[in-house]
Design a protein around this ligand. Structure first.
Ligand code: ZN
Length: 108
């Protein structure tokens, strides 16, 4: 077989390419396989509830995505949603709309 990184022919039973040191991956798994990025998923879910959690998980998820994990766009989306959630909360508080909303809720 051939090394997927440097293209040298290497013995079929080798675990590591003897030319470039690339780890040999067996099976039908495509070479661009990326492990699931749980942090990006967590960020995407928590961003709706808490901007802070969305930023933390989204940030860790983005860091992982840059280290070979999948879910890069999910992590970016989590950060965007968290930011939007934060901006919306600030808007609601600064304009007094949050108080209005709470009052309406209390008076029902
Ligand atoms: Zn190689």
């Amino acid at each position: 077989m051939f090394c997927r990184k440097c293209g040298h022919e290497i013995p079929n039973d080798s675990n590591v390419c003897q030319y470039c040191g690339e780890e040999v991956v067996y099976g039908s798994r495509p070479s661009d396989y990326k492990p699931t990025n749980g942090m990006a998923i967590a960020g995407l879910i928590t961003a709706f509830i808490s901007p802070l959690l969305g930023w933390i998980f989204g940030g860790i998820g983005l860091k992982r995505a840059n280290n070979g994990y999948g879910g890069k766009w999910m992590a970016i989306l989590a950060i965007i949603i968290a930011t939007a959630n934060f901006a919306y909360s600030m808007y609601m508080v600064s304009t007094g709309k949050l108080d209005e909303l709470l009052n309406q809720f209390m008076n029902q």
